[in-house]
Design a protein around this ligand. Structure first.
Ligand SMILES: Nc1ncnc2c1ncn2[C@@H]1O[C@H](COP(=O)(O)OP(=O)(O)OP(=O)(O)O)[C@@H](O)[C@H]1O
Length: 559
């Protein structure tokens, strides 16, 4: 299948904001795609090459991409760079360069989707010495045969800047529409495998029956079950039906561990493969997990010199580290507190009740210095649970989790079977959708940021306020560097930014607001941390803000 057909799809998607039309366009395209393309096409449609949990990365920045285009077209890199000022977008500039191409290969072949995909895979798999040069040549080869419109979208795929507004929800609906299968089954299969390629293929070849049979697989991360916040212990117990398991809520980073014989893979909260960054935990897991094959979940916590937990950002520093990992292991020791088990030796435990999963967890784990099991208390008694809560806070933890004893595991769902109890209102994780340039000595820096909450229905990010406080000068330098390449449009001091970066903010209160389309506004938001562990679609949703508003009103009633 020709790549130009995919490029035309991207173009049509860009031209409409209507979710239904986009869904129909993607569905019609999926129908035409040959079966052997289905494993990777969904990722290309999303503007990626690999699923988020795949370790491979293209490792190509703007400079290298421009060099590749220059090599393919004979146009000077500087000229391409400079033309961005006129076009406002590197993808457009590259299309222009290809249009003006001075050399066209005599043997030029039209691009196929497969060739583009396979070349991008080669680019990602080329590492080590001399790899930059090889990557450039692979890409130049594509640009030599590309039509301008193809070049534009190859460039955007390489840079990860596709702006077609196709998110997970839309892709799910499109798969359902294309292959006439139930949307709930597509959703379920995706939540269990996090692999749209696999799901699309099953949908086409085996229909509803095939989708219904999909189960978890070692090596494919499962979307994590999430929690809502309860106002207090009493409310949590009531919601759980009078009895619950309370567990310490550790303040670290959630991980999902897949053990397959000697191979251990660890995924972060957003299902990125972080195995390499934490080798001591991999070893400790091998010792601690008795079954040959298992999938377990837990919270990875950094421990300070005094033995108390450090804030979760320390764990994220460990995840980011690529070199001198040994040194980091000493500086930031980690401890894994396991709290769930989803799979043991060929058997999925997703549909097993929580109390039985917990028993199983205790059976299969032999704790050691680095791998522990979350401390728990099963009770019907409010005072007893409150004592536990107090102790958890004194020990420096975030609070407690309450879990319904008879609840099955609900991948990707933020329901009421798990509730968190903590002393403060939940911070919000929101996406930066715009910004304003600073003033005076900070005129060259972005100074305040417009925050958006996610609307999974439309894939949009709706404004809920603007944050300018809580940033150090260094933070602003970093954010300006990070956000500048994501600027879509500027108007005076105001800039519009591609929704990619998630930050955590505190606030004094959530207010109802007719001013914003979201219906809510944050009073005095303040920056807390960059949430590198979350992608835009993991950000808090409008619905969640509405729930927190209700919770806030209930908490007010209690004081
Ligand atoms: N014992 C525990 N059981 C379950 N989750 C725990 C536990 N201890 C710590 N956690 C963490 O608490 C989170 C549950 O809260 P929530 O569902 O809101 O997740 P989140 O969106 O990652 O939010 P948060 O900002 O609280 O980490 C889990 O994702 C996990 O990282």
């Amino acid at each position: 299948m020709r790549y130009i057909e995919l490029a035309q799809l991207y173009q049509k998607l860009e031209k409409t904001t209507m979710k239904l039309i986009k869904t129909r366009l993607v569905a019609d395209f999926l129908k035409k795609v040959p079966e052997d393309h289905l494993e990777f096409i969904p990722y290309l449609i999303l503007g990626d090459v690999f699923p988020e949990w795949d370790e491979r990365e293209l490792g190509v920045g703007e400079k290298l991409l421009i060099k590749a285009v220059s090599m393919a077209t004979g146009i000077d890199s500087k000229e391409i760079e400079n033309s961005v000022k006129d076009t406002g977008d590197l993808g457009e500039s590259i299309a222009l360069a290809v249009k003006k191409r001075k050399q066209k290969s005599f043997f030029s072949q039209p691009l196929t989707i497969k060739r583009v995909y396979q070349t991008l895979v080669k680019v990602a798999e080329t590492t080590g010495e001399g790899s930059q040069d090889k990557k450039m040549k692979y890409l130049a080869n594509l640009f030599m045969d590309a039509e301008p419109i193809e070049a534009k979208y190859i460039a955007r795929t390489v840079l990860g800047t596709m702006r077609t507004g196709v998110a997970e929800g839309l892709l799910r609906d499109a798969i359902s529409l294309a292959f006439n299968v139930k949307v709930e089954l597509v959703e379920r299969a995706y939540m269990l495998t996090s692999d749209f390629g696999f799901v699309a293929k099953i949908a086409k070849t085996e229909g509803n029956d095939g989708l219904a049979k999909v189960t978890i697989q070692i090596g494919k991360p499962i979307k994590p079950m999430l929690a809502q916040q309860a106002a207090n212990i009493k409310e949590a117990l009531l919601e759980m039906g009078g009895e619950a398991e309370f567990e310490i809520k550790y303040d670290g980073a959630r991980v999902q561990v897949h053990k397959d014989g000697e191979k251990v893979t660890i995924y972060s909260r957003r299902l990125e493969n972080v195995t390499r960054a934490i080798p001591e935990i991999v070893e400790a897991i091998k010792e601690a997990l008795k079954p040959t094959k298992a999938i377990v979940e837990g919270e990875l916590v950094a421990i300070g010199e005094d033995g108390r937990p450090l804030p979760f950002q320390y764990v994220l520093r460990r995840f980011r580290r690529k070199y001198n990992i040994e040194e980091m292991m000493e500086k930031i020791p980690l401890e894994l507190n396991l709290f769930d088990v989803l799979y043991v030796d060929g058997v999925s435990l997703i549909d097993t009740k929580f109390m039985e999963r917990r028993k199983k967890l205790e059976e299969i784990v032999e704790t050691n210095g680095k791998v522990k099991i979350a401390e728990n208390l099963i009770t019907k008694n409010v005072e007893e649970a409150e004592q536990f809560y107090k102790r958890a806070l004194e020990m420096g933890h975030e609070g407690l989790m309450a879990k319904r004893l008879d609840a099955v595991y609900e991948p990707g769902n933020r329901g009421k079977k798990w509730l968190k109890i903590k002393p403060t209102m939940e911070n919000l994780d929101l996406v930066i959708i715009g910004a304003e340039w600073g003033e005076g000595r900070r005129a060259h820096l972005l100074g305040s940021f417009i925050l958006g909450a996610y609307d999974p229905e439309t894939g949009e990010f709706l404004e809920v306020g603007k944050v300018g406080s809580g940033f150090t000068d260094d933070d602003l330098v970093e954010f300006t560097k990070m956000l500048k390449p994501l600027i879509i449009k500027e108007e005076g001091k105001r800039v519009w930014i591609q929704p990619k970066v998630v930050i955590e903010v505190t606030y004094q209160e959530i207010q109802k607001s007719p001013k914003y389309r979201s219906g809510f506004a944050l009073r005095f938001p303040r920056y807390v941390a960059l949430r590198e562990d979350k992608g835009p679609e993991d950000a808090d949703t409008i619905e969640r803000i509405a729930q927190l508003y209700e919770l806030q009103e209930r908490m007010k009633g209690k004081v």
